[in-house]
Design a protein around this ligand. Structure first.
Ligand SMILES: [Zn+2]
Length: 425
């Protein structure tokens, strides 16, 4: 196998605070070697790609993706599409994610039970383009919880499956595992998006219910995520080993301390665009900043920022990109989250990129032993070439024209395009 050699690249390894000039060889679906400083790797028989000083980095990884959310304006609307159209919509979003440099996703809830599953299967079979995908379940919720939008005599399908009591949660979890999900998602807090029914700082789920889900999923090696704004929600995630803690908005200092002590077992995904963009950029859809304040979204934003700053200082792994797929945070704009991490949480740009690559790669792999999210020997060859230095300008990643090449599993989704302006590195 001759392989591909990238030369004259500025390499972002995934976990370092600087770019270093160098060369990388990809053979099959893995990175075979990364040159030491000033080393020239053998060229014989290899396709040589001269990056002209462009940045070579790991593909982006979104650990809180909702490919099925249809850019709607309410939670209920997110699934308001016939299943046939919804399959195609999801398929197009999978390609869009890869077009935007995302080479792996974790499905963090699917608007209908089998959408993520069939799209994952088609991607894995090589029939449609898309990132590596772990298929998420719908949101498991209780009667009256987030994404139960019914009223007496008024049935409204939503993105959830409604269960009450451990028996029902166990049965639905088993059914979803039978259908083929990789990850079970449940809602153990309310949210401003279900105003006035249940606020984010309230937790409607009992320990017995959470235990029924986690035990059932963990027994057969499935991943677990929780929509967990409330302090008690985060506590439940710690108690029952929920790996992905979404939002964590109202975590107290004591809970942050407990999470820091268990930081090797959990990832926090604030999905802050669902707070920032909703508070400040959704007026066109009727959510002015005043409305955002009234429903509690602005408070979730402000508390979330304070908590993420503390968690960042405590060394807890906070991951970007969650909850895109609403009208004011549409699919394809996920990379803006990197700027939110810098502007709102005080991350250095390289830390935001580390979260989006090396840390998210660890998160994607879980305990499978797979290696992705870094430019290192033996890692999966999921790589992008960026026209410029993203450590100096993270917004480059929001522009598909800045992505000069996109490779997943050693195969180009977008072949190297050449730079607009060549630079020596
Ligand atoms: Zn979400």
């Amino acid at each position: 196998m001759p392989g591909i050699l990238f030369t004259n690249a500025a390499i972002f390894e995934g976990s370092e605070n600087t770019l270093r000039p160098g060369e990388v060889v990809v053979e099959g679906n893995r990175i075979l070697s990364v040159a030491a400083p000033n080393e020239r790797l053998p060229r014989a028989g290899r396709e040589v790609i001269d990056c002209s000083g462009a940045t070579l980095m790991p593909g982006l990884i979104n650990t809180h993706s909702h490919l099925t959310y249809n850019n709607g304006t309410t939670v209920r609307e997110l699934t308001g599409m016939p299943v046939e159209e919804h399959v195609l919509f999801t398929m197009h979003n999978a390609k869009l994610a890869l077009d935007m440099g995302f080479t792996a996703l974790i499905g963090a809830a699917s608007a209908k039970p089998r959408l993520d599953i069939v799209i994952r299967n088609e991607i894995n079979a090589g029939k449609i383009p898309g990132p590596r995908l772990l298929a998420g379940s719908p949101e498991l919720t209780v009667t009256g919880g987030l994404a139960d939008d019914n009223q007496l005599n008024q049935q409204h399908p939503s993105i959830s499956i409604i269960c009450d009591g451990p028996h029902e949660f166990r049965k639905v979890t088993r059914m979803l595992i039978r259908e083929g999900v990789d990850l079970i998602k449940f809602n153990n807090s309310g949210d401003s998006f279900c105003f006035p029914r249940m606020a984010g700082f309230h937790n409607p789920m009992t320990d017995d219910e959470v235990k029924a889900i986690t035990e059932t999923a963990q027994n057969v090696g499935k991943r677990i995520a929780a929509h967990a704004h409330a302090d008690s929600s985060v506590r439940q995630c710690l108690k029952f080993g929920v790996e992905f803690i979404f939002h964590a908005t109202f975590a107290t200092d004591e809970t942050i301390e407990a999470l820091a002590a268990a930081r090797h077992k959990h990832y926090v995904s604030p999905a802050i665009a669902a707070r920032y963009n909703t508070t400040y950029e959704a007026a066109e859809w009727g959510i002015t900043t005043d409305v955002a304040e009234m429903i509690g979204n602005k408070r979730e934003l402000e508390e979330g920022i304070k908590v993420m700053r503390k968690m960042h200082s405590a060394g807890i792994k906070i991951l970007p990109f969650g909850d895109y797929g609403f009208a004011w945070l549409p699919h394809g704009t996920e990379s803006r989250d990197l700027e939110h991490f810098v502007n709102l949480f005080g991350f250095a740009p390289w830390e935001a990129l580390r979260a989006a690559t090396a840390y998210s790669g660890e998160a994607w792999a879980g305990d499978t032993g797979e290696k992705l999210g870094r430019v290192r020997e033996g890692y999966l060859a999921d790589l992008i070439v960026v026209d410029g230095n993203p450590l100096l300008d993270l917004s480059l990643l929001q522009d598909r024209h800045s992505l000069l090449a996109i490779m997943k599993d050693g195969v180009f989704h977008k072949r190297y395009q050449g730079r607009a302006v060549a630079e020596a590195c």
